[in-house]
Design a binder for this molecule. Structure first.
Ligand SMILES: Nc1ncnc2c1ncn2[C@@H]1O[C@H](COP(=O)(O)OP(=O)(O)OP(=O)(O)O)[C@@H](O)[C@H]1O
Ligand SMILES: [Mg+2]
Length: 246
């Protein structure tokens, strides 16, 4: 697996939200994306997943390279291939409220990956059993706790067999015990071979889970490197201030 961002820029209206963001990640990395509210974390994750289209810069995933300076190239580079390989777990989960848990899990793999309904159901049951939610298979999202809904959102993403999984603030609604559970789940994903990029405000969580970290401020990378260096030995005053104030 090869994944790289090169000089990603994104503007909303008059405001440049992301400025020349570059990042290289390896298979099994867990990258903590940290920064103040409004620094551009969610926007960066959306750009990685092509939910937002960067104004310029490149995304490289395995053999696919998309250069956003060249719109023609975006079509020929087939963004669907990138979208299929990169899953995202949203902060608000975005489960379909009118579908059962099972239907939430099997819908996309049947339509997008074209697997049979039977196979999708088997896989969904395996994942639900793994997350301790098999008994909820015919229930609806609203019947689950926040932590339960989050595990369903993770399972739904895993049904697509992504190479990279993005988490936007996965612990913001969770108590400390559930936060530890999410740490465990993320570490297991990485040891299963996935690459994880996780935006977070919570430095304890980042220190526990990440091997790499990137700190952004006003859409710019301030520090990027090994989690231990970034989260324990910040070089810049900006990161030192951030770490003492969170
Ligand atoms: N669709 C949009 N249109 C216009 N401005 C946007 C849009 N999405 C985000 N922004 C702006 O971009 C900036 C970065 O927002 P973003 O949500 O990426 O920050 P964040 O780091 O995820 O913040 P938080 O920690 O609060 O989630 C903010 O100023 C926000 O208002
Ligand atoms: Mg955000």
């Amino acid at each position: 697996m090869k994944f790289e961002l090169q000089n990603i820029n994104k503007t909303f209206g008059e405001t440049q939200i992301l400025k020349n963001i570059s990042l290289q990640v390896d298979r099994r990395d867990i990258v903590a994306l940290i920064g103040k509210s409004g620094s551009g974390k969610s926007t960066l994750l959306k750009c990685i997943n092509l939910l937002e289209i960067p104004d310029s810069g490149c995304i490289i995933l395995d053999d696919t390279k998309i250069d956003f300076s060249n719109l023609q190239n975006i079509k020929s580079a087939n963004p669907t291939e990138i979208r299929k390989k990169i899953g995202m777990v949203f902060q608000q989960f975005h489960l379909w409220p009118h579908l059962t848990i099972l239907q939430n899990l099997i819908k996309a793999p049947i339509h997008v990956l074209k697997i049979t309904k039977e196979d999708a159901i088997i896989e969904a049951k395996i994942l639900l059993a793994k997350f301790g939610l098999l008994d909820k298979i015919n229930g609806y999202p609203a019947e689950l706790s926040g932590g339960g809904q989050q595990r369903i959102a993770i399972a739904r993403t895993l049904m697509m067999h992504p190479e990279i999984i993005l988490f936007d603030e996965p612990t913001s609604a969770l108590d400390p015990i559930m936060t530890q559970e999410v740490s465990k789940i993320i570490k297991n994903l990485a040891s299963d071979g996935m690459t994880v990029i996780v935006s977070t405000h919570e430095i304890h969580f980042a220190r526990d889970v990440a091997n790499r970290a990137i700190f952004i401020e006003h859409g710019e990378v301030v520090e990027n490197g090994y989690a231990h260096d970034i989260l324990f030995h910040p070089k810049t005053q900006k990161l030192q201030n951030f770490l003492t104030n969170v």
